[in-house]
Write a protein that binds this ligand. Structure first.
Ligand SMILES: [Fe+2]
Length: 407
């Protein structure tokens, strides 16, 4: 296997159905496909880092963003840690690697489980030159390890994990860019954002069902996707479309939005000179498009709207059932808030963390909500009908919207 001759471009699709097919296929990518994706993502990340101004390298200390050099270096470290250095979970509860890192002592400052968020702003060794060099060397080492790996699911687990991890961080760079009003990163497919059709605003009635994976039979699964979620609630009705800007404007202008949220308007909105609304998309202020789904709302804002119209947010299993019934057309191009706290399927005592032990378990804390779907800033390989994202409900910086279930 070689990466020569690849055209390393991130697969952009303009519709959710294609992204979903790529995401489903990605769970079983072979060595060549993984290598292609790793090369494409690393190239995009490298260009993003190289293009940042000196001021952008030191963003304000916000809880929702990382310093970009640290975050890029962490992505490279993660791939090296699991794919090259074969990190494993030891019986004593520690996670160790038998090989040293290319970047001396990097475990102390690039392992996100070891370094406090605030300390990531105080690492003089993480310069742009050192970061770019490490991005390249870690990728080379990862591709060499991939070349030596066997072609079975177990051997490829670490490489697929590193691939998905890098994709997740690319989306995190996108919300960093949105938060800080930077240019749109190259991997964001803003053309994929959803526009509601006229007949979208109807409700579909669905019966409940059960889902989840009993075990990893083929391909890759995240640990939190395993176990069977038994849900047999009453039938319910769910909006076919995500709540639109037009609908949310009515809520904001009613005055009830402010009463419920103590805010004047959603985070990236402002009044335009003609009395309408604008929204900031990355560095640009644009007219708020009535037919697009409302985005950058917290779960609390979403819940306030839903109850204002006499509805509620869907539970995770209700949204899953809707996506299942809607088939390939389900993606709203946004993450969608649910009312469900992030927790394992089935018996929590039987949950088994995956190789990346801290991926899910620390966040089964009752403070995180499940989100489903995938946004226009989500790389196609991440779109999957079983993928469970999770954020704390006050987050309005992520690319999330919602749909409503009628009572
Ligand atoms: Fe990470």
């Amino acid at each position: 296997m070689t990466t020569e001759g690849f055209t390393p471009q991130l697969s952009h699709s303009t519709d959710g159905a294609s992204a979903l097919l790529i995401g489903i296929a990605a769970r079983s990518f072979d060595r060549t496909q993984i290598a292609r994706e790793l090369v494409a993502m690393r190239r995009a990340l490298r260009e993003f880092i190289a293009d940042l101004s000196e001021a952008q390298l030191v963003p304000p200390r916000l809880a929702t963003v990382n310093p970009p050099l640290w975050e890029a270096s962490h992505v490279a470290w993660f791939a090296e840690w699991f794919c090259v250095r074969n990190a494993y979970n030891a019986e004593d509860g520690d996670t160790r690697a038998d090989m040293p890192s290319i970047w001396i002592d990097s475990d102390a400052f690039l392992n996100s489980n070891l370094i406090a968020h605030d300390a990531r702003w105080s690492l003089p060794q993480v310069t742009r030159a050192a970061t770019l060099d490490y991005l390249d060397r870690s990728l080379d080492a990862t591709l060499r390890a991939l070349n030596r790996a066997c072609d079975d699911d177990e051997s490829l687990y670490r490489f697929r994990l590193a691939m998905f991890h890098e994709a997740m961080h690319l989306e995190a760079f996108a919300w960093m860019a949105q938060t800080l009003a930077w240019n749109m990163p190259s991997w964001v497919n803003v053309a994929a954002r959803s526009v509601a059709k006229e007949d979208d605003h109807s409700f579909a009635a669905l019966a409940p069902f059960k889902y989840g994976y009993r075990s990893i039979k083929h391909g890759f699964r995240f640990d939190n996707e395993l176990g069977v979620n038994h849900k047999f609630n009453e039938a319910y009705v769910i909006e076919v479309a995500l709540t639109s800007n037009e609908q949310f404007v009515r809520f904001v202008e009613s005055g009830d939005y402010e009463k419920n949220t103590q805010r004047k308007h959603p985070i990236y909105w402002r009044r335009s000179a003609n009395g309408g609304w604008q929204q900031r998309r990355f560095e640009q202020w644009i007219a708020l498009e009535a037919s697009e789904p409302v985005v950058h709302v917290s779960a609390h804002e979403a819940e306030a709207y839903a109850s204002w119209i006499g509805g509620r947010l869907p539970a995770e299993h209700e949204l899953h059932a809707h996506f299942n019934a809607a088939g390939d057309t389900w993606h709203g191009k946004l993450w969608e808030w649910t009312s469900t706290a992030f927790a394992p399927y089935g018996d929590a005592n039987e949950f088994k963390p995956g190789l990346y032990r801290e991926y899910s378990q620390p966040w089964f804390d009752g403070k995180h909500r499940v989100l489903r779907g995938g946004s226009f800033a989500t790389l196609p390989i991440m779109h999957h009908p079983h993928y469970r994202n999770f954020f704390t409900p006050e987050r309005s910086d992520v690319f999330a919207g919602f749909r409503v279930v009628s009572q």
